[in-house]
Design a protein. Sequence first.
Length: 290
Amino acid sequence: MASFEGAVELDPAQFGRIDAIIDGALAEDLASGDVTSRATLPATARAHAEIVAKAELVFCGGPVAARVFERVDDDISVECIAAEGAWMKPGELALRMAGPARALLAAERTALNLLQRMSGIATKTARHVAAAGDRLRLTDTRKTMPGLRVLDRYAIRAGGGHNHRNDLGAAVLIKENHIRVAGGVAEAIGAAKAHAPHTMRIECEVTNFEELETAIEAGADIVMLDNFDDADLREAVRRAAGRVLLEVSGNVTLERLPIIAASGVDLASMGGLTHSVPAADLSMLVRIDA
């Protein structure tokens, strides 16, 4: 079985979920079998294949792609060449496979789909982490592809980023609609402090300085500054004076990250790292064995 451990580690408890993702994708793509390969290739044909980078990218998902091939046919051998989180240049080799030709082709699209998405996320994340610098922590959000969150979040880490809460039960994050229903910032934070597990820190979204002050006074541990402009970020840092962690959300871009970092806030979260990321350019070439 392909290992998901390395420089960037995936919780072993997630391996079953990853296999379920792979099996679902394979069932979708092979619902009627592979008529083209059956019609054109002898059942006994064996081949070797390589997956290579076609553009500069941060590689991610090698063990996941390897697992795709193994799930199609355990007679396929896979060698992961590129390290998880490594920058690759066009033409560099990522994976090498060998086995039944029909099985290699049956696994190709599913393996590439997952590999290209994960590498795309890792690449975009790495570029944004570099722009953020050493002090500002860049995180993802829950704006992941439905069903693929475990892989999307892993790719964020491969790119040098950090993960925000994984699901609604993982952390207290009071947002605009919670505040509206609860009756205000102080009321929402007070209710959270009374009922949430004592082991969880409480984060509250604010949209102005009055809400910022209220959130701090009410006992929030983290304050999310929603769509604050550059000058307001600096003023928020001054007013908070280290009493809470400050997270920036909204209008976080590659170009703006150095300015956000210079403001002195602690974190910036970006939905765009996962919700609209372009696929990385990788391709697979198969050669029939002599």
